[in-house]
Ligand binder design. Structure first.
Ligand code: IFM
Length: 438
């Protein structure tokens, strides 16, 4: 790789990221049902009808997995706790579940790594799904209780904590586009989820602060660089940007929603939403930025709001069909700091790609991924040189894992997982990152 640790500011954190449902295995230990289980059990939703029952069996293999993180010269391990493991019925603490995360955090620390905790990475307990899920305000309030239970147990040892991972996916992708659990397509439900997920962030922040934890607290948002297909599509790209990027960023940093997005969503907002905005914009200590690709937008004149569709762009694509556009990461970081977050530290909490990876004996050569990381790290460096306070970069993901609606079909890991044996094989990208940051 052309970059190395010495190119980055002193103290810059290199890490790898994972999420509970994607790796732990819900059959391990005591875990309650989540909306991902029933979504996956519905014919046609997930490739091969696969679910997180076994996943990477990380629940039993976390020691071996954390050895890989340490031996890869990383500084930070980003992981999530599952609400369904901590509270299988959504409300009652399961001692066995918290004990697992206790062991996990200690194992992270024993290896000299910094634990970075995410409280919600998508496995909503089914009891809330039954009551309307994120379209119901009560779900956000219950999330605060869950956050408090986790922080009371782990808050003395985690270095950083994020309330929510990728609110756009939780709200829009899942309730308007219907592509993630619960697989709905309804603008009223989606709009309520768009607000209640921000309220859950507010409740989570209050719980973290009230727990007395010294962990740096924030939220992880996912961004896509909006690209109009032609000059005539500029307004469509702006509408996409409002829903995908500015809705959450503006709420959290300025306590307001973008006016152009409210033009479409306003009629469906829950009563009294304005009263929540002060809590939603309470100060955060850091912002997590997930970035993978850009999105090309085509205007749909005469269609109902938001009247756009995304269309394939011309650049080379990953196995997900996502265009590889490294400049979008640096440009987005620069824009976020300039227009929204100022001096607040930013961490790139996810960046990576799915590849058509194959084992050859014990090795897996993934040169496209090596180039992807190199180009995106160069883009981060360019933004840092422009003055953006980027403090870390985490690769997604440590392991091949359950890629939601794509099941186990897409491989994002820097470590190959043979699901038949659960053996782990570091890919060439793991070795390349290890050498670059050693
Ligand atoms: O696997 C997901 C992760 O759970 C959230 N961010 C994007 C990744 C790749 O799709």
């Amino acid at each position: 790789m052309s970059v190395s640790r010495k190119d980055f500011p002193e103290g810059f954190e290199f890490g790898v990221a994972t999420a509970a449902y994607q790796i732990e295995g819900t059959r391990n230990g005591i875990v309650g049902p989540s909306h991902w289980d029933s979504y996956a059990a519905t014919l046609g939703n997930v490739v091969n009808g696969e679910n997180g029952d076994v996943a990477c069996d990380h629940y039993h293999r976390y020691g071996e997995d954390l050895d890989l993180v340490r031996d890869g010269n990383f500084d930070t391990y980003r992981f999530s706790t599952a609400w369904t493991r901590v509270m299988p019925d959504g409300r009652t603490v399961n001692a066995d579940g918290l004990a697992f995360y206790d062991r996990l955090v200690d194992a992270v620390l024993e290896r000299g790594l910094k634990p970075s905790l995410t409280l919600y990475h998508w496995e909503l307990p089914e009891v809330f799904a039954d009551a309307g899920g994120w379209s119901n305000r009560d779900t956000a309030l219950a999330f605060g209780d869950y956050a408090r239970a986790v922080m009371d147990r782990l808050g003395d040892r985690v270095g950083a904590v994020a309330t929510i991972n990728e609110p756009w996916c939780i709200a829009w992708l899942s309730h308007f586009l219907g592509l993630h659990a619960p697989g709905m397509r309804n603008i009223r439900t989606a709009t309520r989820a768009m607000h209640h997920i921000n309220l859950a962030h507010a409740e989570g922040m209050q719980a973290i602060r009230a727990s007395g934890s010294k962990a740096d607290a924030g939220i992880v948002l996912n961004f896509a660089w909006p690209k109009p297909e032609s000059d005539a599509d500029a307004k469509a790209a702006r509408r996409f940007d409002g829903i995908h990027n500015r809705w959450f960023l503006e709420a959290i940093t300025k306590g307001q929603y973008p006016a152009d997005t409210l033009d479409g969503l306003g009629p469906y907002m829950p009563d009294g939403w304005q009263d929540d905005m002060a809590a939603i914009s309470a100060p955060i200590d850091w912002l997590g930025v997930n970035y993978y690709t850009r999105t090309t937008l085509r205007d749909l004149p005469g269609a109902v709001w938001p009247a756009f569709e995304d269309v394939p762009g011309p650049l080379p694509k990953t196995d997900m069909g996502w265009e590889i556009y490294p400049d979008g990461l640096g440009d987005m970081l620069t824009r976020i700091a300039r227009d929204y977050t100022g001096d607040t530290p930013i961490i790139v909490t996810e960046n990576g790609m799915a590849g058509d990876d194959h084992l050859d004996g014990q090795t897996c050569d993934d040169p496209v991924r090596v180039q992807y990381f190199d180009d995106h790290l160069q883009s981060v460096l360019r933004s840092i040189k422009q003055g953006t306070p980027v403090r870390g970069y985490y690769a997604w993901s440590l392991l091949d894992n359950y890629e939601w609606s794509f099941g186990y079909d897409k491989r994002f890991g820097i470590v190959y997982v043979d699901y038949a044996t659960q053996a782990r094989y570091p890919k060439a990208s793991y070795h390349a990152l290890k050498d670059a940051i050693g």
